[in-house]
Design a protein. Structure first.
Length: 273
């Protein structure tokens, strides 16, 4: 103990320097937007590269599972190819309902499900044409939305996030509903704004409505788990079982709707009610 105190006393000025240096960085980070954005961008790139190394190592032991998943996804894409005109390389483009939808494949290099607000990181950035506000999906359903992009990586909010809400549609009758997550079971979500006169049963399929211009119409969200007896105003609500197991994400598609900005501009020009 005496030696430790002597050591600290001998190098006290050095320790004070380190403490003040850390405090200075914290103040710069909290009070200067430019410096904060540069720090976040730099650490994001470093973290992305470290996560990619770890994920590549881990995925070596998941080759059989990954190959099975890719084969299933290729089967889904081949089915789509029989119905739409498209081109394939590292990405997929087709025309859907007059909209130009572009898909870029990506690998998930980090992902969380255990928090109230969950995020993911992908191995594609603006060099691959990725931008903020693009949707992310798999052949099984909706994943989330891109919120930040660097040269070679991008990050997004998972659908398991308090700010993630999706406009859905009941497949059997085209009725619009809202889907969100309550922060509890990552396999179950909340479905609301179901008109009282609409018949909806456990097992009914919920898909994206396409109204947000982020996700194309008809992407799977999940199936009805149950409908609650109690109504809010004239609407019913219930639980939906997500079609995706968010804890097993490995490969995804990033979605670009090239008509989105034009559609948003027209929406903003509409008169308020």
């Amino acid at each position: 103990m005496r030696n430790l105190l002597a050591f600290i006393s001998r190098y006290q000025f050095f320790f004070f320097f380190l403490i003040f240096l850390v405090i200075s960085f914290i103040l710069i980070y909290n009070n200067n937007y430019y410096q904060r954005s540069k720090i976040v961008s730099t650490t994001g790139n470093i973290t992305g590269k470290m996560n990619r190394v770890y994920t590549n190592f881990a995925s070596f032991f998941e080759l059989k599972k990954s190959n099975t998943q890719l084969l299933e996804e290729n089967a889904q894409l081949r089915s789509l190819l029989s119905k739409r005109t498209n081109t394939i390389s590292d990405s997929l483009t087709w025309l859907e309902s007059g909209l130009s939808i572009h898909y870029v494949s990506a690998k998930v290099i980090s992902n969380t499900v255990q928090f109230r607000n969950n995020y993911f990181m992908l191995d594609k950035g603006y060099r691959s044409g990725i931008k903020k506000d693009m949707g992310v999906v798999t052949h099984l359903g909706v994943v989330g939305i891109i919120i930040d992009v660097s040269e070679n990586f991008s990050s997004g909010i998972s659908f398991l996030h308090k700010d993630a809400k999706i406009s859905g549609r009941i497949k059997k009758n085209n009725q619009l509903v809202n889907v969100s997550w309550d922060g509890k079971n990552y396999r179950l979500g909340d479905i609301s704004h179901i008109p009282s006169h609409i018949s909806i049963l456990p097992g009914d399929t919920i898909q994206t409505s396409g109204n947000s211009q982020i996700f194309p119409e008809g992407i799977m969200i999940g199936t009805i788990e149950y409908i609650e007896d109690e109504m809010v105003n004239v609407f019913k609500k219930g639980k939906i079982r997500f079609s995706i197991d968010y804890n097993q994400l490995m490969y995804v598609y990033i979605v670009e709707n090239s008509s989105r900005h034009e559609l948003l501009r027209l929406q903003k020009s509409l008169p308020d009610e």
